[in-house]
Design a protein around this ligand. Sequence first.
Ligand SMILES: NC(=O)c1ccc[n+]([C@@H]2O[C@H](COP(=O)([O-])OP(=O)(O)OC[C@H]3O[C@@H](n4cnc5c(N)ncnc54)[C@H](OP(=O)(O)O)[C@@H]3O)[C@@H](O)[C@H]2O)c1
Length: 325
Amino acid sequence: MKAMTYRRYGGPDVVTLANVPKPTLKPNEVLIRILATTVTSADWRARSLSMPGGFSLFGRLVFGLLRPRQPILGTELAGIIDAIGPAVSRFRVGDEVIAFTGGRFGCHAEYRAIAEDGMTALKPENLSFEEAASLSFGAMNALPFLRDQARIRRGDHVLVVGASGAVGTAAIQIAKHFGAVVTGVTSTGNVALVQSIGADRAIDYTKVDFATTGDSWDIILDTAGTVPFKRCEMSLKPGGRLVAVQGSLGQWLGLGKPSRKSGKRVITGVAAPTPEDLRTIADLAAKGELKPVIDRVYPLEDAAKAHAYVDTGRKRGSVVLRVVG
Ligand SMILES: NC(=O)c1ccc[n+]([C@@H]2O[C@H](COP(=O)([O-])OP(=O)(O)OC[C@H]3O[C@@H](n4cnc5c(N)ncnc54)[C@H](OP(=O)(O)O)[C@@H]3O)[C@@H](O)[C@H]2O)c1
């Protein structure tokens, strides 16, 4: 099958078209013919080893010490079930599905095998394959951070920094689903987008620093890595939580964290979504509460161009790869 592969770390041009064996099916797996996938910030990090402050060595431990362990990138997909293993009961050949492979990658190809009880769900019928492929990366990270770690509640005031990216656009819509009042921090060109997906208010960070507005929030979710606790301490309400999605090593180690007396918390680490979360996300999309945001679409073979665009760090929502067999 066709796949976009990388055999060494580096710039977008390390990603090249290759012919690789089609996955073989285990009894509990489904084989998905991929119609669309995306290039995300995770693909950029795994390809380039660009890691948040302090994590450069950690990248090699995760992705492969000398060379990439998994040569095919891609964390999410939408497609059609092409074959099923003999023990599969939840899916049938021909089902239209989405899947999230996260750190296991492997979606920048014509086919991907996934366990039927893994992160696979029926594709919402109201979405195209390209829209459906863009659904999970941002939401599978935003949902566990907001619901399980920050314990978002109806009426909470939530600030999303980096509101136009994949995680940010999902976080705004998921926070609205939970009944929060949401402010998005974004650049001038993305203010209208952030409002269009439900933010009650947008702050243009090129003009206003949210930390100087005198306003405060229950949850500040930072996807841009620009909000150490010190910067937002006064912008958190009593009991407030800073969710450092792009956390630094210092934040992971608990350096500079608030005193227990303050009641404020810093949450960081890696999101831990479940297969049930993917079904929740698909349901939200089916109801129109979660709308995928697509920035650009490239053919699979142009994955290197898509990577170059993602490398700018300025994409809006998702960058899709269309897979034509
Ligand atoms: N901890 C985890 O488990 C986890 C999971 C997923 C992602 N992440 C990390 O989260 C980060 C965001 O991921 P993503 O996929 O959402 O990235 P993305 O889609 O590339 O979006 C990044 C966004 O950041 C915005 N931005 C850049 N500088 C900013 C600033 N100074 N203030 C506010 N916004 C700014 C950009 O918007 P403008 O053009 O408007 O500036 C852009 O839309 C990445 O570092 C990724 O590695 C962590």
